[in-house]
Write a protein that binds this ligand. Structure first.
Ligand SMILES: [Zn+2]
Length: 106
């Protein structure tokens, strides 16, 4: 699996502290069938409110990087296959995962 290293480098080179981040997360990216097929890491600095997104596209497995104004709800397009990748809210994704876990347990 490709490692997400673009943002890692950015954080290290700029000595980004957690206190400088408005938002910082790693998520699984779901494909159209709802399966976890990719991943993403999002970093938003308080200073510029720009979302820096590094991702593995869940549709085409492209490892890409995207920057745009941070807003909610947030989505962006894969720069290879042009699929829209949505960033689920933490709560919603958590609920969906709990549901899946409960189902599997029965
Ligand atoms: Zn893609």
């Amino acid at each position: 699996m490709t490692e997400l290293n673009i943002l890692e480098k950015f954080v290290q080179e700029n000595s980004i502290l957690p206190s400088q981040c408005a938002y910082h997360t790693r998520r699984d990216a779901l494909n159209k069938a709802g399966k976890k097929a990719g991943k993403m890491r999002i970093l938003v600095l308080k200073a510029d409110n720009i979302a820096r997104v590094e991702y593995i596209c869940p549709e085409c497995s492209h490892h890409g990087y995207h920057e745009s104004q941070w807003q909610r709800p947030f989505s962006f397009k894969c720069n290879k296959c042009n699929s829209t990748i949505k960033v689920p809210k933490m709560k919603e994704q958590f609920k969906r995962e709990m549901k899946a876990v409960n189902k599997a347990g029965k």
